[in-house]
Design a protein around this ligand. Structure first.
Ligand SMILES: [Fe+2]
Length: 376
């Protein structure tokens, strides 16, 4: 471990689990109504604080980091010199099959035991949302039994202060605005897990377009939940020049039957209607989850085209031959090897650049957008 810590150096995941086993700390705490905490258990590196007066010009994004796999894409992201980095979910793989949550705590411990990961966490300001594998279970949503217990672990791991408003309520959503006048960037972090109703399983599983799930138009089914919808509306009414909205799984992208907003079409329509009603300018969506990267654009039902930059994965990319998927709304090809993303903000030329970087620091996908095109 590069900086030392409360855990023994070079501790292996099984040792972490062995050390926690039998302590009865976790289930006992959960039964008592208080949940396990990483405080005092793991040494979490503190990322630099974002200077609110800094004019952001480079925002890094990434998702799907397996704590036991290669970390070279973290170094690619480091070399791309972001002012801020957004972890978009599946930030560790800690699926929990037992109520003691040892798999998730062990995954967090294994990440923090890695010098490359610690170096990355300490290098720049960073914020996160969770996706299923750090929420706690593959493709899980509102019915996941241990969500109230994995939530404080998420906050501890991401250094969210004990008294932060984000810890109130029952989700992990958050938003902030940073940068000087004329270059204000709003970052909106959505919680797409805690309140999301069950998807409808595909009757033709594996078929392109219906690989796992199919659309369900039942208007009672939600992705964000009513309280988060109300909160999002209030956020979109705040003045900002560019808004980066983080949704762990894809919103604009179509063409596949894995988790995505398309599966609840009324929720995606509600998002578009909200953009229209609030007249919120400057929106760029970013997402992960897919083990595939792509750049997407769609003007359906919105006053200006919605763009989405998907970067996935940091180290869970497909090793075999790239197989393209159907691409409605996608600009150019997708990219399925390991990658990270970069949003470039050129305030003089008033341009936004969306890039996907590969393991060799090469830009493999790129799209420019005129800032002034993202308004009514
Ligand atoms: Fe995921």
């Amino acid at each position: 471990m590069a900086t030392g810590g409360k855990l023994v150096s070079n501790i292996a995941r099984r040792d972490v689990l062995a050390g926690l086993a039998g302590t009865a700390l976790l289930p006992a705490a959960a039964q008592a109504g208080s949940f396990p905490t990483l405080a005092g258990l793991l040494d979490v590196p503190v990322s630099p604080t974002l200077d609110p007066e800094l004019r952001l010009t480079r925002i890094g994004i990434g998702s799907c980091f397996n704590q036991n796999r290669d970390g070279s894409l973290l170094d690619v992201a480091l070399r791309s010199r972001p002012d801020l980095f957004l972890f978009m979910g599946d930030n560790v793989y800690g699926d929990t099959r037992s109520p003691d949550l040892n798999e998730l705590i062990g995954a967090y411990a294994a990440a923090l035991a890695r010098p490359d990961y610690r170096r990355f966490r300490a290098a720049m300001p960073m914020v996160a949302v969770w996706d299923d594998h750090d929420f706690g279970l593959n493709d899980a949503g509102v019915t996941y039994a241990w969500k109230a217990a994995t939530r404080p672990l998420f906050f501890d791991f991401w250094n969210v202060p004990a008294d932060a408003p984000r810890r109130q309520g029952s989700g992990i959503n958050d938003a902030f605005i940073t940068g000087p006048k004329g270059a204000r960037v709003q970052v909106i972090l959505l919680d797409t897990r805690s309140f999301r109703d069950d998807w409808t399983p595909s009757p033709t599983r594996g078929q392109p377009g219906a690989e796992s799930y199919v659309e369900n138009p039942d208007p009672s089914r939600t992705i964000l939940g009513e309280a988060q919808w109300q909160w999002l509306e209030a956020q979109l009414r705040q003045p900002a020049d560019v808004r980066i909205i983080v949704t762990s799984y894809q919103l604009v992208a179509d063409g596949h039957g894995y988790e995505c907003w398309r599966l609840f079409p009324h929720e995606r329509a509600r998002f578009r209607a909200l953009v229209s009603r609030t007249r919120a300018n400057g929106i760029v969506l970013v997402s992960g989850d897919r083990h595939r990267a792509g750049i997407y654009r769609d003007a359906t039902g919105v006053p200006y085209p919605l763009h989405e930059l998907t970067s996935s994965s940091i180290n869970m990319g497909w090793a075999g031959e790239h197989r393209e998927e159907a691409g409605p709304n996608r600009i150019g090809p997708s990219y399925s090897a390991n990658n990270v993303g970069l949003i470039r903000l050129d305030w003089e030329r008033r341009e936004i650049g969306l890039d996907i970087l590969d393991a060799g620091d090469r830009v493999v996908l790129s799209q420019g957008i005129a800032m002034d095109a993202l308004r009514i």
